[in-house]
Every structure is written in structure tokens, then in C-alpha cells.
Design a protein around this ligand. Structure first.
Ligand SMILES: CC(C)(COP(=O)(O)OP(=O)(O)OC[C@H]1O[C@@H](n2cnc3c(N)ncnc32)[C@H](O)[C@@H]1OP(=O)(O)O)[C@@H](O)C(=O)NCCC(=O)NCCS
Length: 185
């Protein structure tokens, strides 16, 4: 009999959210490889996210397997803004509010005290991602604006779709984790 693979968790299991550690770096790297259209980064980059940036990254486990990961950091020159780099949820765990819950969990952390704006970039055709961040803006009762951040020709020399900067904020209250757990249960 074939042993269960990394995406084999049953959809009924309750996710456990926590900050990552360097020991999670390889599993995060593998999860991102299973989540197109995300760009893969080097394993070293994922290790840095899971160590230097662990306080502003979140990992979701289902039955001991990694089912979701968000990399994020406070902008060095505008620390009231949390920049969300990548959001990845394994295919079987999708459609259950996990990505939105991970984002709200991040914003509720002490490490995000004083954050009143969230930014990310989304390619124009990533419907799931637009829906996720539109839903988040609704949950935070905050405006969502967009502009081009990295242009297909100017920045990617035609080799990658433009990345649209999405800004959500300002929001006035930090989400309460328990409240959002109830809403997303
Ligand atoms: C995008 C992604 C992270 C969403 O994860 P998820 O856990 O399924 O998302 P959620 O269940 O929290 O959904 C949040 C909202 O987005 C909507 N949504 C999620 N996936 C969607 C899809 N494929 N099409 C349309 N809407 C979608 C949900 O309906 C929900 O809206 P609601 O709150 O109004 O009901 C996941 O599909 C993924 O990992 N995709 C591949 C990688 C990627 O594209 N990442 C985003 C770019 S950084």
C-alpha cells in the first residue's frame, strides 16, 4: 500500500497555525513547488523566511503535514505596512478559509502591533488570489486599491506577467484571533 503523501490530509482535520522554524524550510520549499503559479525561490531563501522573518510568517499544519504557508515582512522604510510575499495552500486544504485565516492570524500577532496597512502583489489573472485579498479587505472593513508595481516589459523584460500592487488599509483594529477563528470555522 502506498503511504500517504504530503497532500493527503483529510479535509475535515483542523489546521494548527504557528510561526515556522528553520527546520520547516525544506517542507515550505516543497509546498511552494506544488502551488503553481507561485514562483519558486531557492531553499536558502525559504530558510531565511523561516528564521529571520519567522515572526511575520505563518505555517498551517494539518495532521502534522504542512498545508499552508505565508511569507511576509514589515516594510523596512514603512513598518506600519505588512508586505505579504507569497501565500500557498495545498490543493486538498483549499476552499475552507485557510488562507484568509492565516492572514488574519498574522495581523493579530504581537509582531504586527502598529500595522495598519497590508500590501501584496498579484498577477492580473490570479483569480483565487484576487478573491482572497478582496475577502480580506471586506473582513477588515478597509479600502483596497491597486496599481502596477512591477511591469511585464519594464521590470520583467516580457518574461513574466505584471505584478499589481494591492494595498489594503488603513485598518483601525487589529483582528482578534479567536473572533476570526469562530468566523472561519
Ligand atoms: C490562493 C490560495 C492561497 C487560496 O487559498 P484558500 O485557503 O483556498 O483560500 P480561502 O479558502 O481562504 O478563500 C478566501 C476567499 O477567496 C475565495 N477564493 C479562494 N480560491 C478561489 C478560487 N479559486 N476562485 C475564486 N475565489 C476563490 C474564497 O471563496 C474566499 O472568498 P469569501 O471569503 O468571499 O468566501 C490557494 O488557492 C493557493 O495556494 N493557490 C496557489 C498559489 C497562489 O496563487 N497563491 C496566491 C498568490 S501569492
Amino acid at each position: 500500500m502506498t503511504p500517504p503523501g504530503p497532500d493527503a490530509h483529510p479535509p475535515s482535520s483542523e489546521p494548527h497555525l504557528r510561526a515556522p522554524t528553520a527546520e520547516d524550510g525544506k517542507a515550505v520549499h516543497d509546498l511552494i513547488a506544488r502551488c503553481p503559479p507561485l514562483d519558486g525561490n531557492s531553499l536558502y531563501c525559504n530558510l531565511l523566511q523561516c528564521s529571520h522573518f519567522a515572526d511575520t510568517c505563518v505555517l498551517a499544519e494539518v495532521d502534522g503535514q504542512i498545508a499552508g504557508f505565508i511569507s511576509a515582512y514589515r516594510l523596512p522604510r514603512r513598518p506600519a505596512t505588512l508586505f505579504v510575499w507569497q501565500v500557498a495552500v495545498s490543493a486538498p486544504a483549499r476552499g475552507r478559509g485557510l488562507a484568509r485565516r492565516m492572514l488574519l492570524e498574522l495581523l493579530a500577532r504581537e509582531a504586527c502591533a502598529g500595522v495598519d496597512t497590508l500590501e501584496t502583489t498579484i498577477t492580473p489573472d490570479n483569480r483565487a488570489s484576487w478573491s482572497l485579498f478582496t475577502s480580506l479587505a471586506r473582513a477588515l472593513a478597509a479600502p483596497l486599491t491597486q496599481a502596477t508595481m512591477f511591469d511585464r516589459e519594464r521590470h520583467f523584460q516580457g518574461g513574466h506577467a505584471s505584478e499589481m500592487l494591492v494595498r489594503i488599509g488603513p485598518f483601525t483594529t487589529r483582528p482578534q484571533t479567536d473572533y476570526h477563528r469562530r468566523r472561519t470555522a
